[in-house]
Design a protein around this ligand. Sequence first.
Ligand SMILES: Nc1ncnc2c1ncn2[C@@H]1O[C@H](COP(=O)(O)OP(=O)(O)OP(=O)(O)O)[C@@H](O)[C@H]1O
Ligand SMILES: [Mg+2]
Length: 150
Amino acid sequence: MKYITHNLKETYDLAAKFVAELLCDRRGGNRATVVALFGELGTGKTSFTQGIAKAFEIKDHITSPTFVLEKVYKLGKKFSYERFTHIDAYRLNGGEEMRALGWDEASRDPKNIIFIEWPERVESVLPRDMIKIYFEHSEKEGERKIKILC
Ligand SMILES: Nc1ncnc2c1ncn2[C@@H]1O[C@H](COP(=O)(O)OP(=O)(O)OP(=O)(O)O)[C@@H](O)[C@H]1O
Ligand SMILES: [Mg+2]
């Protein structure tokens, strides 16, 4: 699926759609749902995650976790996942550092949905069947190309 968002709000709306309509439905699997967010600096990976958090009715402000490697949020009962995890791997050097953050346990839990920015930094520990989302700048200011591969 390919989308173009013309501004930040449209990226939030796309993220909300991802949650509400589960554009990639992985519920019922026996491991966590992993969503890898690829794209250059400033293409909207954190913004998309903020939209996801909003759709999951998380009240905390989602910061750009370049300063916080990982954040875990507990979800309300009405959602099919119990936990939402946001990881920014930008400062990590390889999969071993993800393991040190408790990756093996987190990725084994089918009630967890995990969004990872800069997944290429920790490629070795990521599951082959992860959902991939590619973010790109477009020629027009404020426009982003977003491709979702389930
Ligand atoms: N269509 C759009 N979708 C998302 N963000 C947009 C859009 N248009 C403009 N922006 C702006 O682009 C910036 C995206 O920043 P964001 O932190 O989400 O990027 P990022 O991909 O997470 O970068 P980083 O690799 O540094 O973590 C924000 O300042 C946002 O306001
Ligand atoms: Mg970011």
